[in-house]
Structure formats: C-alpha cells, structure tokens
Design a binder for this molecule. Structure first.
Ligand SMILES: *Cc1c(COP(=O)(O)O)cnc(C)c1O
Length: 364
C-alpha cells in the first residue's frame, strides 16, 4: 500500500495544469519578467480577497515580515514582541531589521500568543507585536490590537499559515495593522517556489514597503532610502492568480477533513485535538494534535505507513541562534507534544481512516 503523505502538492497542479500552463505561457510571450502586469493583477486580487487597501508582492513571507518592520523604522534599541512558539522566521525578521525579539508564551488551546502576558512584556522600547495565526487559527487579535493601540504599538499579523481563515467576518491578513503572507509551496496558497506579500490599510507603510522591495526607489535609479531586491516573481504571480480562485474550496476541504479527524479522535485516550475558538474559522493549514510520547507515536505511525510532521520541535528562545534564558512553559511543553497529521485538500476518506487507525494503534 502507498504511504499516506503528510502533504501532497501534486493534485492541485494536475487539476489546474492547463490553466496554469496558459498563464505561464502568457508571461513568456510578454517577456515582462520583473514586476510584470501579473504581479499588479495578483496584488489587486489578494487585496480584494482580504478586503485591505494595499498588497505588495515580495520574494517570501520571511521578507514580508522583515520589510514591514523596516518600513516602520523599527531598528536598534527597539523591541518587538513575538510568540515563543512559531516558525523561526517570525523571530529572525526582528533581528534582521536590527531590533531585539522579546519572547512571550502562548495559550495552551491554540498555541497562539497569550494576550494575558502582553502587558508585563511591553516596555517603553516596544515598537511592534508580531502575532502568528499558528496552524491557520487566527490569533486573539481583538484583545492584542486593543492592548497595543492604547500604547501606539503596531501589530503585525503573521498570516503565513492562515490565508482563508476568518475571525468573525474579517479575513486573516486583515486582522491587525499589517500582515505578512507566505506563498511557500506547502502553504494554503502555494507558489512553485518562494513568494510572499505585505498587506496593510496604511498608505505610508505600503509606499515604504514598495520602495524597500526595489532598492529603496520609487523612480528608477533614484534611491531615497536603502532598500533591497525582494520582488514577487512574475511567473509565481501568474500561477498564484490562477490558484487563488480555488482557495476557498480548498480551505473548505481542509475544514471538512479536520471535522472528521476531530470526531474520530476526540475519544482517543491522551490525544488533544485542535480547537476552534468561538467566532474563529480555522484554515487548518495544519491539523496538529498534542500528545505524550510524541516521538514514539510518530515512529509507530511511520512504521504503519503514515507520514506526520512536527511543527515545531523546539521553542524559539531555545534555538541555538537565540539561546535566550527565560520561562516559556506552554511553548516548551508544546514543542515536545505537537504532531501534525496528514492534511491537504485532496486527502481521501481511505487515507484519513488509515491515519486514524495508525494513530490509535501507535498510542503509547
Ligand atoms: C512559512 C512561514 C513564514 C515564512 O514564510 P516563507 O515564505 O517561507 O519565507 C513565516 N512565519 C510563519 C508562521 C510561517 O509558517
């Protein structure tokens, strides 16, 4: 029997093959490869999808985070609050912008930034808070933005995993003062390589980000500020434009797999299934359970033909590149207990059943 992969990117591509090839061919024929018309068209498409005023295509989600901080003039002497449990890029963006990350623990249910710990982490140097919609579940943005606004602190939504999710009627990507999207191939909306985007309603921030992605210039060969090269590739924009029209359908498929997983696993001893808070609509970029003896369970599932993943095996302050002393009990516990089950829109019922059986049989 074939293994059940943790993620399979091919079915999407097969399904849209003709349309994608057509879009690529039209870029090839136009010969406009850098910031070609497909980039602007895709930026407008995402801005309209998320109902934000400005979308700036950049080279990756990591760059989107860093460019937002640079555009805000965050730099040396400044502090930026980030969750202690996330993908590394959330925190490295702060250092790359020249500032200092301040790690705050997460809540046990969603593993998102714990708003109850923000007040004690905020200092006179805090310039921004980056809240991550981990696994596709929106962070507690109402509370976080409320705390930040009173103090003039900018809130960045790291929406790399949550495109297609919502909090009330508001889409992920539009929940804070700005947002970073990633189109890494395995994200909810994936390119065939690296790509990312900055979203904001703030025209000044948008203009600064636009300059920073193109060597600090608005006008060719006139450089008002120090920028770099971080543009969204035109071929990737053409692919993403085709794929975005299908995103809601794919997110619905993820949600329906998640509902089936939850009902099959809720009674399995020792397995904590992901929660969806009232008012939130999870995009299930990952379906991540928490359990003891994670590594043994993972090996057991693997020997039964089911691939899983660990997002993420270490709290960020414990990574050698940060090696920060402190107390982040929920993050550290999560790092030892999280296990992401196979999740992609085209997962079949038979595959899902094999995942559940393999998990039940592997519980230690
Ligand atoms: C993927 C991801 C990023 C970085 O995006 P890239 O496009 O891979 O650079 C940042 N933050 C989170 C939470 C992510 O999952």
């Amino acid at each position: 029997m074939d293994r059940v992969p943790q993620v399979d990117l091919r079915p999407h591509i097969e399904e849209l093959d003709a349309e994608i090839i057509g879009a690529l061919r039209s870029v090839l024929r136009s010969g406009r490869f850098i910031l070609g018309p497909e980039v602007g068209a895709f930026e407008e498409q995402v801005a309209s999808y998320c109902a934000v005023s400005h979308a700036i295509g950049v080279a990756s989600g990591s760059d989107a985070l860093e460019l937002i901080l640079r555009a805000l003039d965050v730099g040396s002497d400044d502090e930026v609050i980030v969750p202690a449990f996330t993908f590394i890029a959330t925190a490295t963006s702060v250092v790359l912008a020249g500032a200092r990350p301040v790690f705050v623990d997460v809540t046990q249910d969603t593993l998102n930034l714990d708003p109850g710990l923000l007040e004690e982490a905020i200092t006179s140097k805090t310039k921004a808070i980056i809240a991550v919609d981990l696994y596709g579940h929106p962070a507690e943005m109402d509370t976080i933005v409320g705390i930040a606004r009173d103090r003039g602190i900018h809130v960045v939504e790291d929406a790399a995993q949550s495109l297609g999710a919502r909090l009330g009627e508001v889409r992920a990507g539009a929940l804070a003062d700005s947002a970073a999207l990633s189109f890494f191939p395995s994200k909810n909306l994936g390119a065939f390589g690296d790509a990312g985007m900055v979203l904001t309603d703030d025209s000044e921030l948008a203009e600064r980000a636009q300059m920073l992605r193109a060597h600090g210039s608005r006008e060719k060969y006139w450089h008002e500020t120090l920028g770099r090269n971080s543009r969204l590739d035109t071929l990737q924009a053409a692919i993403l434009g085709v794929k975005l029209k299908n995103l809601d359908r794919w997110v619905e498929a993820r949600r329906s797999h998640a509902a089936e997983y939850v009902s099959a696993l809720s009674d399995v001893r020792g397995v904590e299934v992901p929660v969806e808070r009232p008012g939130a609509s999870h995009s299930y970029h990952q379906f991540t359970v928490q359990l003891d003896h994670r590594d043994e369970v993972r090996d057991g599932m693997s020997s039964r033909g089911v691939d899983t993943a660990v997002h993420y095996p270490h709290a960020i302050p414990d990574q050698p590149c940060f090696a920060t002393e402190g107390d982040w009990p929920v993050s550290r516990r999560a790092a030892a207990r999280v296990l992401s089950l196979p999740m992609f829109p085209e997962l079949t019922i038979a595959q899902r059943e094999r995942v559940v059986e393999a998990l039940e049989a592997s519980i230690v």
